[in-house]
Design a protein around this ligand. Structure first.
Ligand code: ATR
Length: 285
């Protein structure tokens, strides 16, 4: 990797960040584009995030930033302006320097929708979809599916209060019929059987020994099963779904597309997605 003392600095804020594949992916994109720049992880606790953001305002060679777990919602409150996507989700995963201001964007939802479209030719409009989990990732997925016309949306979560609160958020923001259910709700099995898309946004599956987050016998052949997890590339959920004749997608595409959109916001140019994908696939292997 080559850069000079005049290099632009691109930063990933998170805690932890050491596991992230964004540095390898974005540095590959910078290099392929011949940009004198460097993308580095900056591990920071929540209490330090305001000062970290303040330091960006005075950094003449600031190129752009990403924000990951657990700071996306806090970052929303620390930027000066928001893109419509970030405003709708209530979270920021990308920061862009614009005329001395910090613009907060969120590319997670568009990255997810593009991945659905390109990897499975899946158009959400009018389709019933189930989202497993009710955290930050679920929020981005739920808002993007609702905006793309999916209906009804069912949010299934271990902690039912979080599922209900996200369902209410989506209904209030977009008007999509959305229900929050507990994992052990008696209505849950029938709901999952009838849906066209099941998206796992929980952390269940990150450990290769994890069982699927729901009983895989509920997955009907023909449904599309999407796991946001990209390492391992095939979670138990995807393995079981495939065995039952479902189409499956892992999280690498969403990671790539949200990163490509962020790169374009920072630089004004489309990155080499081939270089980014190659870097990701090599790193995951
Ligand atoms: P993120 O921002 O990545 O979505 P998060 O806000 O911590 O992370 O959300 C993690 C999600 O995984 C939550 O929906 C969580 O369920 P709870 O709301 O009940 O905590 C879910 N999750 C984590 N571990 C789980 C487990 N062992 N079984 C079921 N769900 C789990």
């Amino acid at each position: 990797m080559k850069f000079t003392a005049a290099a632009k600095l691109f930063i990933l804020f998170g805690d932890p960040v050491a596991h992230s594949l964004s540095p390898v992916m974005q540095n590959a994109a910078l290099q392929a584009a011949g940009i004198d720049g460097l993308y580095i992880p900056w591990r920071v606790q929540s209490a330090g995030l305001p000062a970290a953001f303040e330091s960006l305002r005075g950094m003449e060679n600031f190129g752009g930033a990403n924000v990951t777990v657990p700071h996306k919602e806090q970052a929303f409150a620390l930027v000066d302006t928001l893109t419509p996507e970030a405003a709708a989700v209530g979270a920021v995963n990308t920061v862009v320097a614009r005329d001395g201001h910090l613009l907060g964007a969120n590319t997670d939802g568009l990255g997810f929708l593009r991945s659905l479209h390109e990897e499975a030719d899946f158009l959400p409009r009018g389709k019933p979809c189930v989202i497993l989990g009710a955290g930050g990732a679920a929020r981005a997925v739920a808002v993007s599916l609702a905006e793309a016309g999916a209906e009804p949306l069912i949010i299934v979560n271990r902690t039912v209060e979080r599922a209900r609160s996200l369902a209410e958020f989506v209904y209030r923001k977009i008007g999509t019929s959305t229900t929050g259910l507990a994992l052990d709700d008696p209505q849950m099995p029938a709901t999952v059987r009838e849906c066209a898309l099941v998206v796992n946004t929980t952390s269940v599956g990150l450990n290769p020994a994890d069982h699927p987050p729901i009983d895989p016998s509920l997955l009907q052949s023909g449904a599309l099963v999407y796991d946001l997890i990209y390492r391992p590339r095939e979670t138990a959920l995807l393995r079981e779904a495939k065995r039952r004749g479902c189409r499956v997608i892992g999280g690498l595409g969403m990671l790539l597309y949200q990163g490509a959109l962020a790169f374009e916001l920072w630089t004004g140019h489309k990155p080499s997605e081939a270089a980014m994908r190659h870097a990701l696939v090599t790193a995951v292997a």
